[in-house]
Structures are given as C-alpha cells and as structure tokens.
Design a protein around this ligand. Structure first.
Ligand SMILES: Nc1nc2c(ncn2[C@@H]2O[C@H](COP(=O)(O)OP(=O)(O)OP(=O)(O)O)[C@@H](O)[C@H]2O)c(=O)[nH]1
Ligand SMILES: [Mg+2]
Ligand SMILES: [Zn+2]
Length: 309
C-alpha cells in the first residue's frame, strides 16, 4: 500500500478523480471520512465531505484506484445550500481564490437576482468576484448601452466586469488575463456559456456544450459535475453544472447587509437601530437608493433575500 498526496479534480457519485505525481487515480472515501459526513444525531452535515479543489492523502495499491484517507484544511470554501428541505451544505469547490459568475445577454436572459446571490456566496467564502456578461453578439447597441449602465454598479464595488462573446471573440483575451495564475470557479445558470468560454480560452479542452432550448430560453444542464482544469497559461479553473437555485449558505439573514459592500457606509445611520431597510421611515439605505448612490438592482436583490421572496 502506497500513500500519496493529490488534488481532487472531479467528484461524481462517490467517485473522486485525484491528480497525483503518479497520474490520476480513481478514489473512494475511507469509512472514517464517510462518517465524518454525519453529525452526532445522524443528520448529514455536508452533501459530500470531499470536494473538487481539496488536497487529500490517498492510499493505493496499483496506482489506478485508491482510497481518500485524509483531507487537508482548505484555504477557502465556496458552498451553497443544497436544494431541498433539510439544511445541508453543498461544497461546490474548495481552495479557489476567485469566482467568475457568468450571465448572458439572452438565451437565457440576464438575471441579476442570480448574479447577486452568487456574489454573496463568494463574499461569504472570501473569494474575489468577477462578473462575465457573455453572448454580447446577441445584444443590440441599445441593449449593450443599457448593460453597461446596469453593470456600472458592480464596477463601482470593485467587482471586475468582462463582456464576452464566443462568437465574435470579444473579451476572450481579457478573460484569459483575468484567469491567469488564479484558481477560479465558474458559476452561472445553465446555458449561459460557461463551458463554451472555457473552450474559447483553451481550445483543446473540448468540453461538451449544448444548445439552449429555443422556446424556453433555458439551458439543458449539459455539464454534469464539477471538474478542475489546468490552464496552459497558468492557473486552473473549475467548470460547474448550471444550477436552478442558488441557495445561500453561511449567510445569516439578520446580517445580510454585511454581504452588500455598498451598504457598509450607511449602517448605523438609520433612525431605528434594528432597521432592516425595508419599510422603516428615515432609513439611510433607502435614502441612498433614492439618491442613486445604491443601485436599485442590488437593493431589489437585498429586499427579496431579506423578505424571503
Ligand atoms: N450567440 C452566442 N451563443 C453562445 C455564446 N457562448 C455560448 N453560446 C451557446 O450557448 C449554448 C450553451 O453553452 P454551454 O457552454 O453549454 O453553456 P453552459 O453554461 O456550460 O451550460 P451548462 O453546462 O448546462 O451549465 C451553446 O449552444 C453555445 O453554443 C456566445 O457568446 N454567443
Ligand atoms: Mg457547461
Ligand atoms: Zn435602514
């Protein structure tokens, strides 16, 4: 039996592809790690205790299959709440230093609620956020101007915004520069073009992509699992399946405003010190929205999350 250190590059249905100096080894979890999955009362804490991005210790006899024996502590954890009734954390990726949230101009239509939820998850996991607006080839000049206006709010918050098109190659070089030497997790709704963008920045990747339903404007959930790729020009990137729901994890509702950096300057300025900035009179946040200092798009996301809509 040989012990090796490695990096989990794919996690799918209890099988893990672990990248080691001796090649990629297909692993399962040790019994001890399986139990690590459960709390004392037998409820699941995590959907899966091991995620893509984890550095692990494995044991193997034949360098083909093995067992994950141990996980090193992660530098960052990017999680969401697993859809369903129970409170379960689903770790999407560990050890990433930035998140690239992809939206598309059309097919599917840009969804700021989704985008803001992803940015909050990145804030909670201490990852930097980059916003990528893809399918710019489908936007008219007027729509393009409107997007520039709407996304100005994100730039003001120091989130980098990149406009791309796989069709015209707009922004592809800029995207490459943004990913170089980083560990990036790419997220977004199904069909926005996450895998297409990765194929564009590194053409021999050959990731599977599929057309968006012409009637529904929705993606077909083509990418089925999280997978990590090494970039020729430095860095690595985790492609993820498009998800229908971005459930917040590790973000207490009563502290929601702390995940909106633009609200920080106004906290403590409202008339009531338990103001939740929805219906209260003399609210500094609402005044900032009215004065145009806080984006109504971002405030709308705050409001919906706060009231659970
Ligand atoms: N017009 C246009 N179409 C694009 C662009 N990028 C991707 N597409 C198309 O959008 C569709 C979906 O692309 P994918 O790359 O599979 O999307 P995805 O985000 O990886 O989707 P999931 O894996 O399901 O989450 C495909 O038909 C692509 O050809 C773009 O910049 N412009
Ligand atoms: Mg995909
Ligand atoms: Zn207030």
């Amino acid at each position: 039996m040989k012990k090796l250190e490695g990096l989990v590059i794919r996690a799918q249905a209890s099988y893990y592809h672990v990248h080691t100096d001796e090649g990629i080894i297909l692993c399962r979890l040790s019994g001890r790690l399986k139990y690590y999955n459960r709390s004392e009362d037998g409820k699941f804490l995590y959907a899966d205790p091991v995620a893509v991005g984890d550095k692990v210790v494995i044991s193997t006899k034949d360098l083909e299959s093995g067992t994950i024996e141990d996980i090193f502590p992660a530098k960052t954890v990017f999680s969401r709440r697993l859809p369903g009734k129970a409170e379960i954390e689903q770790i999407v990726v560990t050890n990433a230093d930035q998140m690239l949230a992809v939206v598309s101009t059309k097919m599917p239509e840009i969804n700021f609620r989704f985008l803001d939820r992803f940015i909050i998850l990145a804030e909670a996991g201490e990852l930097a956020s980059i916003v990528c607006v893809n399918k710019m080839d489908l936007a008219s000049d007027e729509e393009r101007q409107r997007l520039y206006r709407d996304l100005e709010a994100y730039k003001k918050l120091n989130y980098r915004v990149i406009y791309t098109s796989v069709v015209t190659q707009e922004g592809i070089d800029e995207l490459r520069q943004a990913l170089k030497d980083h560990f990036t997790v790419i997220v977004g709704a199904s069909g926005v073009g996450k895998s297409s963008l990765l194929n564009a920045i590194q053409p021999h990747l050959g990731l599977k992509i599929a057309e968006v339903g012409p009637k529904t404007g929705k993606g077909r959930h083509t990418t089925a699992y999280v997978e990590l790729f090494f970039l020729d020009f430095g860095g690595c990137v985790a492609d993820t399946p498009g998800i229908r729901e971005v459930g917040l994890w590790g973000v207490p509702t009563e502290y929601l405003e702390l995940y909106f950096p633009e609200m920080e300057a106004y906290l403590g300025e409202c008339r009531f010190n338990d103001c939740i900035h929805i219906h209260e009179p003399d609210c500094a946040i609402k005044r900032a929205v009215e004065d145009g200092d806080i984006s109504p798009i971002r405030y709308e996301s705050y409001m919906r999350l706060r009231t659970g809509e």
